[in-house]
Design a protein around this ligand. Structure first.
Ligand SMILES: C[S@@+](CC[C@H](N)C(=O)[O-])C[C@H]1O[C@@H](n2cnc3c(N)ncnc32)[C@H](O)[C@@H]1O
Length: 224
């Protein structure tokens, strides 16, 4: 995936994105939002917010900043979720998740839903998500990951050469993703249709990017 193919793919998807990737994968979004502490006034970042499908899932007294690289996806989000009707919306900004334009420790929780297999450099995105999250804050990644065997594995491999056109990598590997991520995993929860997607909860280190200082309490632990 590269920036141009992402812009092209999501520029194309934007008008009907919610029809093809809306309600049937909303269970995962709901589970992700349930995992974060929504103390009134909490500041939450959604990297790759897309059309803002998750916005109604947040309490109205938190502040959600949505960023996305696609102006067309953001246009839909701004139209559907205006701040006067959805007070939880702090804003929708055009920004690259791999190069966040926020100071360190800006957010209490940082999420990326269905984004990790889209960005060109998921490790850079994770580093940035960790940097802008407060120490001890929650970082959540919701994504599909490649099957190791069987029919789905063959399908994913078949579609792999078409990643740029599809707008995501069908054969995105969970072990590889976890290997390259420096934030410690608190738990992995299978979600959506038979658990094909995984919700990965990380606890941000005491110092940003520090994998050594974390709350070790597991939630729904699953072997990777
Ligand atoms: C599959 S959509 C997910 C949208 C939304 N999170 C959801 O739950 O439906 C992936 C989104 O990631 C965005 N994206 C891809 N690369 C990005 C990047 N480097 N920075 C920010 N957003 C990016 C795309 O524009 C698209 O809106």
């Amino acid at each position: 995936m590269d920036k141009n193919s992402i812009l092209k793919a999501y520029g194309f998807y934007a008008p009907f994105y919610d029809l093809i990737f809306g309600s049937w994968v909303n269970h995962g979004r709901k589970k992700a939002v349930e995992k974060i502490d929504q103390t009134p006034g909490s500041r939450i970042l959604e990297a790759g917010v897309g059309t803002g499908y998750s916005i109604p899932l947040y309490n109205r007294d938190v502040r959600v900043m949505g960023i996305d690289i696609s102006p067309e996806m953001l246009k839909v989000a701004r139209k559907r979720f205006p701040q006067d009707k959805y007070p939880q919306v702090e804003g929708f900004l055009e920004m690259d998740a791999q190069e966040l334009d926020f100071p360190d420790n800006s957010f209490d929780a940082v999420m990326a839903m269905y984004v990790a297999s889209v960005v060109p450099d998921p490790m850079k995105m994770m580093q940035e998500m960790s940097r802008v999250c407060v120490p001890g804050g929650t970082v959540l990644v919701l994504n599909h990951f490649a099957s190791s065997k069987g029919f789905l594995c063959n399908i994913e491999r078949f579609f792999s050469p078409f990643s740029k056109r599809l707008g995501f990598k069908p054969d995105f590997s969970l072990p590889h993703f976890l290997e390259m991520t420096t934030i410690e995993v608190e738990g992995i929860l299978p979600v959506n249709l038979g658990g094909y997607w995984k919700l990965i909860q990380f606890r941000n280190g005491e110092a940003n990017g520090d994998a050594n200082a974390r709350d070790e309490t597991p939630i729904d632990p699953q072997p990777a």
